[in-house]
Write a protein that binds this ligand. Structure first.
Ligand SMILES: [Zn+2]
Length: 295
């Protein structure tokens, strides 16, 4: 009975209820890439925020914009905006946070050609794919209300900082600072962050900060992937990646980052749609949806 319950639909011969999200994911990613670079202060950033708000209006039970000004080295005052979409749980367990950054890098500083390194990236995978997964999840949780309240949080300012600076994950840091002012009983019980999950031949290894801080949560995530037969998840340790999950780890909230950091187009002008795959994003969506059910 238990085995039946966890068999992936595509192996059991049942119609696969998640298959329709393949094109939903892809359409979102195409739309984001069509907007162009989406770094704070750009036209694309304004358009992306409107796009997220539109999805929020259509699908979320409630949502809010968290506007703030970051004080950073090379732009003094940087207006940033997080978005939190809430899907009310049918039970009364504390919420789970699912997060991704929607901003893209303002400069392609991994380019070796000095002509290119100052140009903003499209960020199909870095900035695009995680956002597309969250946007598709909004539709999913609208149609399939979760037992545990889900907060989809679109973080701003993850990729703003110059190399070597500490001006990364500005949005997640601010969101966590605000959370600290609230009663801890209202904090999310888990935080699951997705970033760079769209590349072809996706391989997601266990990220080290997640593993060290949240061993049982990361085990649940990778066990879920294994039970679902999602081969894109490889239950081995690999990189340490400083990302939007760190502020939540500091709050002792079990937090996991899902990322494939083996991406040769990272922070270059070549991080474009043709490097991405709908199947990769769908694999991640499957594991996220089932993980939310299990925790
Ligand atoms: Zn990045």
């Amino acid at each position: 009975m238990l085995m039946m319950a966890i068999l992936p639909a595509r192996l059991s011969g049942e119609p696969d209820p998640l298959q329709k999200y393949r094109s939903i994911l892809w359409d979102h990613l195409v739309a984001l890439c069509d907007i162009g670079p989406r770094y704070p202060g750009s036209d694309g950033h304004v358009k992306t925020r409107a796009y997220i708000r539109q999805v929020a209006e259509r699908h979320a039970d409630s949502w809010k914009e968290q506007a703030f000004v970051a004080r950073v080295g090379y732009a003094d005052e940087l207006p940033l905006y997080n978005y939190e979409l809430t899907f009310n749980g049918t039970g009364d367990k504390p919420p789970i946070l699912l997060g991704a950054h929607y901003d893209t890098r303002p400069f392609a500083d991994e380019e070796t050609d000095p002509q290119k390194e100052g140009q903003p990236i499209i960020g199909a995978n870095d900035g695009g794919s995680g956002t597309a997964v969250l946007l598709a999840l909004a539709e999913y949780f609208d149609e399939n209300p979760p037992e545990r309240t889900v907060k989809l949080v679109f973080f701003d300012g993850e990729d703003w900082g110059r190399k070597g600076s500490d001006e990364y994950f500005l949005g997640a840091t601010y969101y966590a600072e605000q959370l600290k002012k609230e009663d801890p009983s209202t904090w999310p019980a888990r935080a699951l962050v997705v970033d760079m999950v769209g590349q072809k031949d996706l391989k997601i290894f266990k990220e080290q900060y997640s593993f060290r801080s949240s061993p049982s949560f990361i085990e649940t995530v990778f066990d879920t992937a294994e039970d679902l037969g999602v081969k894109e998840f490889v239950p081995m340790l690999r990189y340490s990646v400083r990302d939007d999950h760190l502020p939540f780890i500091h709050m002792k909230i079990p937090s996991v980052l899902l990322i494939d950091f083996d991406y040769s187009y990272w922070h270059t002008l070549e991080d474009t749609l043709d490097k991405c795959s709908a199947d990769s994003m769908l694999a991640v969506l499957r594991v996220v949806v089932e993980t939310v059910r299990r925790v």
